[in-house]
Design a binder for this molecule. Sequence first.
Ligand code: CU
Length: 142
Amino acid sequence: MTRVRWAALAPVAVLLVSAVAGCGQRQAGADGAGKTCTETQSGAGFTIALDYTPCPIRGGQSASAHITVKDSSGAAVTDAAVKVVPDMPSMNMHGGEQDATPNGGGYDSKLVLGMGGDWKVKVVVTRGSAAPAEVTYTLTAK
Ligand SMILES: [Cu+2]
């Protein structure tokens, strides 16, 4: 009899949990969960666009980044080595460096900002034997 009662209550518990989770997901969605933002910086003859999802990035969670690199004539640069280096200057925190992977005319990378706050995200583009090009994006993690 006790077992039957618990079994009858289980769907109620599931409903309660999903109602709470659903509320959180709606808030996250309104806060940019599925949104991609793009920041563009230029340096050393390259124009480097950083797309990141979600926008804003959540501190302590892994975001996904897509980087596109164009040369001074506007042609996509697909043969470079691209590295992503996050730092939080106010706390002297160094984030996890990522080597981006070539994909679809650009480069994919994880982007992990360890906590909420202002971060400097450096993208380093190295092509052949040329000196690396570095650009820095200022991103605020929530
Ligand atoms: Cu910090």
